[in-house]
Ligand binder design. Structure first.
Ligand SMILES: Cc1ncc(COP(=O)(O)OP(=O)(O)O)c(N)n1
Ligand SMILES: Cc1ncsc1CCOP(=O)(O)O
Ligand SMILES: [Mg+2]
Length: 194
């Protein structure tokens, strides 16, 4: 999530409650309408990174590879049009790298040997990404899993407490969510129920 997703409470509070609920990783995705830029973005990233560090939760940065060293992140998530995994891996041999893969054409050009997990989706309709591609459904996770039995897969896009289990049943190792947490009345309960 980023501050643009945090309408009900401030991002630090949302992150703390999500951690109490049991999230196992956090990705700082400060992007889209209303998001912070420049120093304000970096300051927010540092605050959230510190919360994760103190709670032993891996902190990922989305897109902004220039923040890798500044924030001493645990991982980075990139899309097909972002900086290449090869360039990141060259400079950061031990960093966890996630790559979005949406269809077979993207899979064909994806450097799977250089990455740690695939972000698969959008599985369902999402309101959290302005330029989201068409939904893939859980079939996309099934297809990836049948081709790559051991590759870590994280489903993303429109996942909530009612459908998360279907994504895992399709073969995902985990799910990445924004709105089901940031918009929840009871964040701890929402995370527990995913
Ligand atoms: C876990 C996870 N999966 C997919 C994405 C989407 O990344 P990308 O396609 O680069 O789109 P943006 O998030 O940058 O808009 C993700 N962030 N995390
Ligand atoms: C970043 C991203 N990439 C594909 S869908 C998505 C947004 C997921 O947010 P939500 O869980 O609110 O649908
Ligand atoms: Mg991206």
């Amino acid at each position: 999530m980023g501050t643009q997703n945090c309408i009900k409470q401030d991002p630090e509070q949302i992150l703390r409650e999500a951690i109490s609920g049991g999230i196992t990783a956090f990705q700082f995705r400060e992007k889209g309408k209303g998001s912070l830029t420049g120093q304000a973005k970096i300051a927010m990233a540092m605050k959230l990174r510190d919360i994760c560090y103190n709670e032993d939760i891996p902190f990922f940065i989305n897109d902004d590879v220039d923040l890798i060293e500044l924030l001493q992140v645990d991982g980075v998530h990139i899309g097909q049009d972002d900086i290449s995994a090869a360039k990141i891996r060259e400079k950061h041999p031990n960093l966890a790298i996630g790559l979005s893969v949406f269809n077979d054409a993207e899979l064909a050009v994806s450097p799977l040997s250089l990455i740690d997990y695939i972000g698969a989706g959008p599985i369902y309709q999402t309101t959290s990404k302005e330029d989201a591609k068409q939904v893939t459904g859980t079939k996309w996770v099934e297809s990836l899993r049948s081709k790559y039995p051991k590759l870590p897969i994280v489903g993303i896009g429109g996942i909530d407490t009612g459908n998360a289990a279907k994504v895992i049943e399709a073969g995902a190792n985990g799910v990445a969510v924004i709105s089901v947490i940031t918009k929840a009345d009871n964040i701890e309960e929402a995370v527990t129920n995913i």
